[in-house]
Design a protein around this ligand. Structure first.
Ligand code: FMN
Length: 338
């Protein structure tokens, strides 16, 4: 099971301590995305030298976890899983179930990781936490978190809409010797180079991997991500309110704008009233999800949708992102000595 070396080798030596502990060759994690990052994506990312993360959502069954974690582990390479703290507050079972499959790393985000983090440590795995503002960063610097994932508000899916990736990353790197991973808005070799050059131990990437061939997302969702521009997203709680999902109010979601968000994102109070008064809106969004009507159903994606295309495999995406080294070398040649 992984153990972080004592010294902060990320800053002082040629080997990064998180890379040493988790054994990836490419500093690329696919984000643990419920509904997209199943076993196939997790295994494909780890097999390609990155670090694959299984996304475990709120309503996940034991059967699903057993099947998908089994596939995730089938690459024979280290892998991890991500779960939501506010879901684990009510029930630690999904965490216990995934730990039985031997992940090396577990990310617990969106709420207080406390008892869940202790359980992960008992299993011998490392614990990570996504942070979206300075207060959450301070929380993640406490002893029970090993890896800080700075998740900026340009990122896709749920999170805070407070601070962007680079300010959060710079703050974290100035405050801690723990490994720091950057998330939100990263989709190209240049983006990965930016955060690795700043001192991150890895890049955590959601939207671009959601559109890969191994992602569990509906083909229409992958096409929609591939066809979107960088300014086609909206940050809103409208989809959760309509579906009556109890995400804590501080965590909305970034999704592609559609007819539904255009109608309701600016008037959440009226939406809440409508959802409380009858089931019409809830039924219509649930039906839209079932038939992949993306004018109503949410397509969770970040601003990097504008830098992502559908139809590539996870290995092709990792090979492309591995070009971050050439970007850094070019910058060093241009700016390396005065
Ligand atoms: C489709 C989708 C689903 C997501 N689901 C989860 C999730 O279940 N748990 C989680 O911790 N983060 C989830 N996220 C957020 C990611 O972990 C990550 O913060 C984000 O994707 C990073 O930004 P990017 O999309 O610009 O790469 C999701 C993101 C997307 C795009």
């Amino acid at each position: 099971m992984p153990e972080l070396p004592e010294s902060n080798s990320a800053k002082t030596k040629s080997v990064d301590k998180l890379q040493q502990a988790l054994g990836y060759t490419e500093p690329i994690f696919n984000a643990s995305m419920a509904g997209a990052a199943g076993g196939a994506l997790t295994a494909a990312v780890s097999a390609a030298g990155g670090f694959g993360m299984l996304g475990i959502g709120g309503g996940t069954t034991k059967d699903w976890i057993d099947t998908e974690a089994g596939i995730a582990a089938s690459s024979g390479r280290p892998w991890g899983a991500g779960l939501m703290a506010w879901v684990l507050d009510k029930n630690l079972k999904p965490l216990e179930q995934v730990l039985a499959h031997g992940p090396s790393f577990v990310c617990i985000s969106f709420g207080e990781p406390g008892p869940a983090a202790a359980l992960v440590h008992e299993s011998g795995a490392l614990v990570g936490m996504q942070v979206g503002n300075a207060a959450e960063l301070s929380r993640a610097l406490e002893d029970d978190i090993d890896v800080v994932i700075c998740r900026g508000n340009e990122g896709g899916g749920h999170g805070r809409n407070e601070v962007s990736t680079l300010p959060l990353l710079q703050l974290a790197l100035s405050k801690t010797e723990k490994p720091v991973v950057a998330a939100g808005g990263l989709a190209t070799a240049a983006g990965v180079a930016a955060v690795m050059g700043a001192g991150a131990s890895a890049a955590w990437i959601g939207t671009r991997f959601a559109a890969t061939t191994e992602s569990l997302s509906h083909p229409g969702i992958k096409e929609a991500i591939g066809g979107a521009g960088i300014d086609d997203t909206v940050y809103t709680r409208a989809f959760d309110i309509a579906q009556r999902i109890d995400w804590p109010v501080e965590f909305g979601g970034r999704a592609l704008r559609n007819d539904f968000s255009d109608s309701w994102a600016q008037d959440l109070e009226a939406l809440g009233d409508a959802v409380r008064s009858d089931d019409v809106l809830t039924n219509s969004i649930n039906q839209a999800r079932a038939r992949a009507d993306l004018s109503v159903a949410p397509v969770y994606a970040g601003q990097s949708a504008g830098l992502s295309s559908a139809g590539l495999s996870a290995a092709e995406v990792i090979a492309d992102l591995a070009g971050f080294r050439a970007v850094l070398q070019q910058a060093a040649r241009r700016w390396g000595s005065a």
